[in-house]
Design a binder for this molecule. Sequence first.
Ligand code: NI
Length: 158
Amino acid sequence: MAIRTIVKHPDPILREKAAPVTKFNANLHKLLDDMAETMYDADGVGLAAPQVGILKRVIVMDCGDGLIEVVNPEIIAFEGEQFDYPEGCLSIPGLRGDVRRHKWVKLRGQDRHGQPFELEAEDLLARCAQHEIDHLNGVLFIDVAERVYPVKPDEEGE
Ligand code: NI
């Protein structure tokens, strides 16, 4: 595994739409392994492939209950609203934002071998999933935040 460089805003690659994964091969597995290592190294809770310069629909998340890898993720159902957590992004260090997100989402995606699965997420994990899927469409939290403000010195990370 290797820690990859995290692309920072305003790099234009963060504005590109990522392509679906069609090959579930060793390259994908290396990308997933590296993304997880990069996310943990940066103390983040989520990372999308465009943030390491790869325009593929791949995300990793860990909101405290273990690593979740989702290839070709999509939101197939959602409910409720949350607006009470300062959202950040490893590609936009130093800023936080108030972002209205669904409180609960159901995701459909594939694992690293191409096996389809569904995943229900709420609260922070639901927020993280929506944030990471936005990355796959070139959308950053500063685009959808109702307010953006500087991070307090003691809370860097996603
Ligand atoms: Ni982000």
